[in-house]
Design a protein around this ligand. Structure first.
Ligand SMILES: [Zn+2]
Length: 360
């Protein structure tokens, strides 16, 4: 078990009063549950890394536990409970995930790429004890997609008959990877990338200059979490820019070069799985931008910095070509999650791409 320390997101977003930008319908669902006393025992919050799953979960937890809410569904941010949650030391809020499991199993030297049944047993045993400071005992399961099948089966028992004071929040990059029996026992809340303008607005509100906010948003791909990371660490911006450039170069390469890149990434997948997923998510964003350019929707571009180069590259492609490119990346992500051989999945993806005019 570990105490999770909040990622600082300094300001409250307008209108709904939670420190979460975008994701309005998700916020309304959770706020409504707090206000009308209709809190479910299990929620499954899904969405790509950096969309704001943990931020949303923390806002929900804070609203649930606040001792002096300024109005129903909001948190004061100042009471003892709010402060303890912000510092990650609230005794009724426990977080489990790959990081906490690694910390617990450091001595045993176990491989730490999946969440084991032991971790589920530990969190389940924690649900038996009444909360000590408020009405709720909250269990957060991060990296839920990493739960082994046997661990999920063990978790089912807890999800079937939770004590009335327990709320379980599962955070998952892709809820489809969980057993249907798990999903059916949770209320699923799906987070998507937020619009570029929301990322800009959030950054400006946290003290970033408008010019820099535009610059960051142009590579953050609608992921507020990534945008905040970039704002905090300039090196992340350079790295992300390189990733976007690599994606563009991959799409713009000859058939041969595309295959070489696919094979290279496929061969590193076992060791660098998260990195490969970042490359592919970025690639997906670039294809999406190519479609938006085709539809003359410049204001909605995710990666504005490459607009001209992308426009030149995709000028000869039809809507159908672009859609095929986009779908091929989505399929590859699904295949990799489903343990298709990485090289095969990546090769199949690039073979779907329309040829660049002069580079067969
Ligand atoms: Zn409070």
């Amino acid at each position: 078990m570990s105490r999770h320390v909040l990622t600082p997101i300094p300001v409250r977003a307008p209108s709904h009063g939670w420190p979460v930008w975008g994701h309005i319908s998700a916020i309304e669902t959770l706020q409504d549950a707090v206000v009308h006393d209709r809190v479910r025992h299990a929620y499954l919050i899904g969405g790509p890394p950096g969309t704001g799953k943990r931020t949303l979960a923390n806002a929900f937890i804070t609203a649930l536990c606040c001792q002096t809410p300024p109005s129903p569904g909001l948190a004061c941010g100042a009471c003892l409970s709010c402060r303890k949650i912000a510092r990650g030391v609230h005794p009724d809020v426990q977080t489990f995930g790959l990081a906490s499991q690694a910390a617990a199993s450091e001595k045993a030297g176990t491989k730490n790429t999946t969440l084991t049944i032991e971790t589920v047993r530990e969190l389940s045993s924690g649900t038996a004890f009444h909360p000590t400071e408020g009405p709720w005992k909250i269990i957060v399961i991060e990296d839920a997609e990493a739960l082994q099948e046997i661990a999920q089966e063990a978790l089912l028992k807890t999800l079937e008959e939770p004590p009335r004071f327990v709320v379980i929040l599962m955070l998952c990059n892709d809820p489809e990877l969980l057993l249907p029996t798990i999903r059916s026992r949770c209320q699923t809340i799906e987070l998507r990338r937020v619009s570029r303008s929301i990322v800009v607005e959030a950054l400006i509100a946290s003290g970033v200059t408008p010019q820099r906010a535009e610059e960051i948003a142009s590579v953050a791909g609608g992921l507020p979490g990534l945008a905040y990371q970039i704002a905090a660490n300039p090196k992340v911006l350079a790295r992300q820019q390189e990733t976007v450039d690599r994606a563009l170069a991959w799409i713009g390469g000859s058939g041969y070069d595309r295959l070489v890149t696919a094979v290279r990434l496929g061969d590193t997948f076992a060791k660098k799985r998260p990195d490969v997923f970042v490359e592919l998510e970025t690639l997906l964003g670039v294809w999406r931008d190519a479609l938006l350019l085709h539809a003359a929707q410049h204001p909605h571009l995710t990666y504005r910095g490459i607009a001209e180069r992308l426009h030149a590259l995709a000028a000869g492609w039809t809507l159908c070509d672009l859609q095929r490119g986009l779908c091929s990346v989505q399929q590859c992500l699904v295949d990799l999650e489903a343990n298709v051989r990485p090289r095969l999945a990546l090769e199949a993806m690039v073979l779907q791409w329309p040829m660049t005019p002069s580079r067969h």
